[in-house]
Design a binder for this molecule. Structure first.
Ligand code: AMP
Ligand code: MN
Ligand code: MN
Ligand code: MN
Length: 280
């Protein structure tokens, strides 16, 4: 049996809502002995530069092109990770431009809705927190905390930004079918990210996977961050049932979050077909 590589196919840099630069992620991955790494920023692939490729080669790490695309299905926000993408494929740059535009449009709507709730939100300050990366809901949460309008990021999500709250605006996102099409048109593998995070019933999750497979989706994150054995087992069953390749990633955003540490990915159950067998 071939040795199982140490992999992480889901993490974030400061080009989205992560704390580290792509180079810092690479160094941390090397320290953790990760052999294959995908940096899957929300709706951007700016982490991938010629310098990063060169550094990965020096570090002996296989860099797999990736992106976590925001989309919607049945009015729910869904994240689809694209792996092994050809970033130069015709149409992919346009897809990234559309997502950047959607994020900017959404940011203005989030500002408006928070202001209607009586909160004080200035977009330039939120953009400053995102640096030169894309604005996400975590930057709004951070802004509300730093201006003493919310006691914590968790409270900001719980009260106004989290799932089903007024600041959870999904209307700007493309459909699931569009997002999967962007990925497959760029020669990549579309993977449903963190399936348990949507808090769907099993029936709903199956319906999502049926729509996803019909659109050309091929993968499921069976391992994401910390999950108990029961959930891993349930996801391995779903991957098997829908003939999906199994992916695995930490969803690392920043150091100090033990439930999502870079490179800390459990072994896949035996009955899973690892997604990386498609390219290695
Ligand atoms: P966005 O991509 O702008 O829709 O923001 C979604 C991101 O917010 C996720 O990728 C997480 O990193 C972060 N997030 C979601 N829920 C929470 C929460 N309850 N507390 C802190 N961060 C969260
Ligand atoms: Mn995030
Ligand atoms: Mn996600
Ligand atoms: Mn993520």
């Amino acid at each position: 049996m071939p040795a199982i590589p140490s992999i992480d196919f889901h993490c974030h840099s400061h080009f989205s809502d992560g704390a580290l630069s792509p180079q810092e992620l690479l160094q941390l991955a090397k320290a953790r002995e990760v052999q294959q790494l995908a940096i899957t920023d929300h709706d951007t692939v700016r982490a991938y530069s010629p310098q990063l490729l060169a550094a990965a080669a020096t570090a002996g790490i296989t860099l797999v092109n990736g992106c976590e695309i925001s989309c919607q299905w049945q009015r729910r926000g869904i994240h689809v990770v694209g792996l092994n993408l050809d970033l130069a494929a015709p149409g992919f740059a346009l897809a990234m431009t559309l997502q950047a535009q959607a994020r900017n449009d959404r940011a203005q709507k989030i500002r408006d809705v928070l202001q209607r709730l009586g909160l004080d939100v200035a977009l330039p300050q939120v953009q400053a927190l995102a640096g030169d990366g894309v604005i996400g809901r975590p930057h709004f949460a951070q802004h509300l905390v730093s201006t003493n309008q919310m006691p914590s990021m968790a409270a900001a999500f719980k009260c106004v930004l989290g799932s089903g709250k007024p600041g959870d605006i999904k209307a700007d996102w493309p459909t699931l079918e569009t997002a999967v099409g962007w990925i497959t048109d760029a020669g990549g593998i579309a993977v449903i990210a963190h399936p348990m995070k949507y808090k769907m019933t099993l029936t709903k999750l199956r319906a999502l996977l049926e729509a996803f497979v019909a659109a050309g989706g091929q993968g499921l994150e069976v391992l994401t961050g910390y999950q108990d054995a029961q959930r891993i087992d349930a996801l391995a069953d779903l991957a098997h049932r829908y003939d999906l390749y199994a992916s695995a990633g930490s969803d690392f955003h920043r150091p100090g979050q033990p439930w999502a540490e870079l490179g800390r990915v459990a072994a896949l159950p035996d009955r899973c077909v690892p997604v990386w067998t498609l390219w290695s």
